[in-house]
Design a protein around this ligand. Structure first.
Ligand SMILES: Nc1ncnc2c1ncn2[C@@H]1O[C@H](COP(=O)(O)OP(=O)(O)OP(=O)(O)O)[C@@H](O)[C@H]1O
Length: 628
């Protein structure tokens, strides 16, 4: 018997066609919304019991999702507080948002369903994305409550009548429409539940599963097994981030990590987040083995709100560099349903960012302090992360000064202060600047590295994907410190100490030598000069100026230095006036032989720089064969 018919008061023609039409990309979230409503209803019942406002039997809290493919229904049942007919009118009929017109306005701009659902309290109505008809059967916990039934076919009219539930709680029955019939598959629902409901705080059952159990022994004394049907519980109701760190062991963190990312290597370490003031946030963040791979590691943090999975697209919610981390963040204080541009401006999000950044810095500082050796061993992975933090987050950069490490080509590790102290005696230039030397490729720059080491200099190894930016940052932050790549100049000039080396050539001889080389070198962009360098150095050295090279590197990485990017490469070719070869070339009377010697010396320099390729390399090999 129909008790009441009415119109859902949303002051507009019909929002259901809109819900159906516009929210198609996220249809699956209807299940998240309805299951979390069911969980809420159970939590409310528990709360009423603990407040002494409900004397009845609470029973085992359980949400059930049932699929009836034949009847084309999905039912979400709970044993929560239920609703009276009055409450249905209040909570369901009066769609809980401030005004339909505002809703429609917003809708036009919204890009995905998440932005609107929830913001307007449309959780329940998301059911109409997939169902033609939605039925509620419910019995309230209140004494003397009558079961109620509500049914609505997606128009704005509904029917409210007497229901058939005999136990407290609610069934939401969805009559799935034709376009969405793929939701009527077990596998599909299981996948959606795994995604959104895996860590809900109340058990969520989806059908049953078969498990085999020991069943005594057979005649031969071998163990027997039997198949038993067990409720298929989707979730872990108390995931580790809801527990106190003191309750947890390393194994717990590691097995949770495996649960989140089944085929990943163990993480290096983790941080347990737990704040309740001035905002609410819990979570566990793991440091993965990054292995120089900044790109593929992103978007592994899962964002939850009260244990309901929301998204793993946490851009704008956590600082850029922290996106390299894995794990879980749970916060009801992050506005989950608003646009991303709004998120960036949100005060809570900013505070959360600051908090997480601080926690991460604390953890790194602690690891460094407590066990430097193991920290150094992990530096290969941590380093990328720390450097990313330094170049992208000033607050982190400030903290990281104490635990960022530099390693030299000999694989020794130093803090910034330690390193400066180490190299200052040998590597201070005439203006009092300490010059750090580094190599970006220890193999290719081997000859430059050994020349520098011969001079008593130390060479850092900065060969990671972010080291370009990192070097610029360091230079800005460190006082009276310059950083130069080891092949930025001839070793005598890398660190300008105003030391004069006498020339063994006269001015005329120098001029002549320069002419010979200028004629011998046909490669474009080579600027030849004769320099007074040490006699045991190389006869010719090819270098690119530090500034020029950096600008070009930046341009290549898309750093906006396009002007430099389009400039032709220019190198300095330093001919060593004091090398015995200089005298030999000058003494040669046959001009072809003279030229060949100069070319040979130049090619050797290119070879040392890894620049001798293609036709040049072939010519070099042929000439060398002739010479021997
Ligand atoms: N399974 C249920 N048991 C009891 N009450 C329910 C149930 N589902 C919905 N309700 C009631 O209907 C109201 C409206 O639900 P709806 O999902 O539209 O919005 P909400 O839960 O308040 O907000 P949102 O889901 O957007 O976060 C709920 O606040 C609750 O009072």
């Amino acid at each position: 018997m129909v008790q009441e018919k009415g119109t859902i008061s949303i002051h507009t023609e019909n929002i259901f066609p809109i819900i159906k039409k516009f929210l198609y990309s996220d249809h699956e979230i209807f299940l998240r919304e309805l299951v979390s409503n069911a969980v809420d209803a159970i939590q409310k019942a528990k709360r009423l019991v603990s407040l002494g406002q409900f004397q009845g039997e609470l029973g085992e809290p359980l949400v059930q999702v049932k699929l009836d493919a034949e009847a084309k229904t999905i039912t979400i049942s709970d044993n929560g507080i239920g609703m009276t007919a009055e409450e249905i009118k209040k909570y369901i009929n009066q769609v809980a948002f401030s005004g339909a017109s505002e809703f429609l306005e917003k809708f036009k701009e919204a890009k995905d369903a998440n932005e609107i659902i929830g913001q307007f309290g449309l959780g329940f109505y998301s059911a109409f994305m997939v169902a033609d008809k939605v039925e509620i059967q419910t019995l309230s916990y209140q004494q003397g409550a009558e079961p109620a039934r509500w049914i609505c076919d997606g128009s704005t009219t509904f029917e409210l009548s007497e229901g058939n539930r005999t136990e407290r709680g609610t069934d939401i029955i969805l009559y799935i429409n034709e376009e969405n019939k793929d939701f009527l598959e077990n596998y599909k629902l299981q996948t959606i539940l795994d995604k959104y409901a895996k860590f809900l705080p109340v058990p969520v059952q989806f059908g049953t599963k078969t498990e085999s159990e020991p069943d005594g022994e057979d005649e031969e004394g071998k163990p027997k097994y039997k198949e038993v049907e067990k409720p298929n519980i989707i979730n872990t109701v108390k995931p580790i981030w809801t527990k106190a760190p003191s309750e947890l062991k390393d194994e717990d963190y590691l097995s949770f990590y495996k649960e989140l990312y089944p085929f990943t290597e163990d993480p290096l370490f983790w941080i347990h987040l737990n704040v309740d003031y001035p905002f609410n946030l819990t979570g566990v963040l793991y440091f993965p083995k990054i292995k120089n791979d900044v790109e593929i590691q992103r978007n592994k943090i899962k964002l939850f709100s009260r244990q309901v999975f929301i998204t793993d697209d946490v851009k704008d919610i956590v600082p850029e560099f922290l996106m390299l981390l894995h794990g879980v963040i749970d916060s009801p204080d992050i506005p989950l349903n608003v646009s991303r541009s709004f998120l960036q401006a949100d005060g809570n999000v900013k505070k959360i960012n600051t908090y997480i950044t601080k926690k991460v810095a604390d953890k790194l500082a602690e690891l460094f302090k407590n066990d430097r050796k193991s920290y150094e061993e992990k530096w290969n992975d941590i380093g990328v992360f720390v450097k990313y933090g330094i170049v992208s987050e000033p607050k982190f950069a400030e903290r990281a000064k104490d635990f960022v490490l530099l390693n030299n080509v000999k694989k020794d590790f130093f803090t910034l202060t330690e390193y400066r102290e180490k190299v200052a005696p040998a590597q201070t230039d005439k203006d009092g600047n300490v010059v750090f030397l580094y190599s970006a490729n220890a193999d290719r720059q081997h000859s430059y590295i050994s020349a520098a080491e011969k001079k008593g200099y130390d060479v850092l190894l900065l060969d990671g994907p972010l080291d370009n930016h990192f070097v610029s940052h360091l230079e800005r932050d460190l006082e009276k410190t310059q950083i130069k790549r080891v092949d930025a100049d001839v070793v005598e000039k890398l660190i300008d100490k105003d030391e004069k080396i006498e020339s063994s050539l006269s001015e005329e001889q120098s001029k002549e030598l320069e002419t010979v080389f200028k004629e011998a070198i046909t490669k474009p962009g080579m600027e030849v000069s004769v320099e007074n360098l040490s006699a045991d150095g190389l006869p010719v050295t090819v270098t690119m100026d530090e500034f020029m090279r950096r600008m070009k590197d930046m341009a290549a990485m898309g750093g906006g230095m396009n002007f430099y990017g389009s400039m032709p490469d220019r190198y300095k070719v330093a001919v060593n006036a004091n090398h015995p070869l200089a005298t030999k070339i000058l003494a040669e009377t046959n001009s072809d032989a003279q030229k060949a010697l100069a070319q040979q010396a130049f090619d050797l320099a290119l070879l040392a720089q890894g620049m001798l390729t293609g036709a040049d390399l072939t010519a070099f090999v042929e000439r060398s064969v002739k010479l021997i």
